[in-house]
Design a protein around this ligand. Structure first.
Ligand SMILES: [Zn+2]
Ligand SMILES: [Zn+2]
Length: 94
């Protein structure tokens, strides 16, 4: 009896430990997403050809070198920043 109680107690403490880990992970990931919100890690704000900064609102062509900055999907006509590889609407290669 005492042996079984010991196992039950161990399992219970394992579950509590895992629950604690899950909560900690969630808090850490939540904080990370808040930190990432402000910054834009994509290079889409600079010209893919001359690397110069692109003004907002984004023009269709680079004011410095004339490179196309917008690519449109041949299938569904959705527009994406140049450098996007696939249409997220239909999966067509851009
Ligand atoms: Zn350019
Ligand atoms: Zn598409």
């Amino acid at each position: 009896m005492g042996f079984l109680d010991g196992i039950a107690g161990k399992v219970k403490s394992d579950i509590e430990w895992k629950a604690g880990q899950t909560i900690t992970d969630t808090v850490v990931k939540g904080a990370g997403s808040v930190l990432n919100k402000g910054g834009s890690p994509t290079a889409s704000n600079s010209c893919i050809k001359c690397k110069k900064a692109i003004p907002e609102p984004r023009p269709k062509f680079c004011p410095s070198c004339g490179a196309a900055l917008i690519v449109s999907c041949k299938k569904c006509n959705a527009e994406y920043p140049a450098g996007t590889n696939f249409c997220t609407g239909c999966g067509t290669k851009l």
